[in-house]
Design a protein. Structure first.
Length: 117
């Protein structure tokens, strides 16, 4: 059974940084398309960043140049480094592991990120 456990969220001031972690059990993250999504109050869940098995990365326009997704195969963990955070980045962030040939995947429990002074 695939389980994803997220950590690293919290409260940070505008301009600050946070790193989210998504550790997997029951599978190997390197065989999935791993994605970070977020959902702000009253808004739909949106894709923030993704990384494929071949380590190709993709980002939402709003986070390009500020957020970095990367994978540590030895730790079976995917990270989202978030720099220059803005109040509009406040949301619950979710990790997803998706088989490359499927449209649905496995989800983590979600992690609150709050950017506020």
């Amino acid at each position: 059974q695939v389980q994803l456990v997220e950590s690293g969220g919290g409260l940070v001031q505008p301009g600050g940084s946070l790193r989210l972690s998504c550790g997997a059990s029951g599978t190997i993250v390197s065989i999935f398309v791993m994605g970070w999504y977020r959902q702000a109050p009253g808004k739909q869940r949106e894709l923030v960043a993704s990384i494929t098995p071949s380590t190709t990365t993709g980002y939402a326009d709003s986070v390009k140049g500020r957020f970095t997704i990367y994978r540590d195969n030895a730790k079976n963990t995917v990270y989202l480094q978030m720099n220059s955070l803005k109040p509009e980045n406040t949301a619950v962030y979710y990790c997803q592991a998706r088989p490359i040939n499927r449209s649905n995947g496995y989800w983590g429990q979600g992690n609150q990120v709050t950017v506020s002074s």
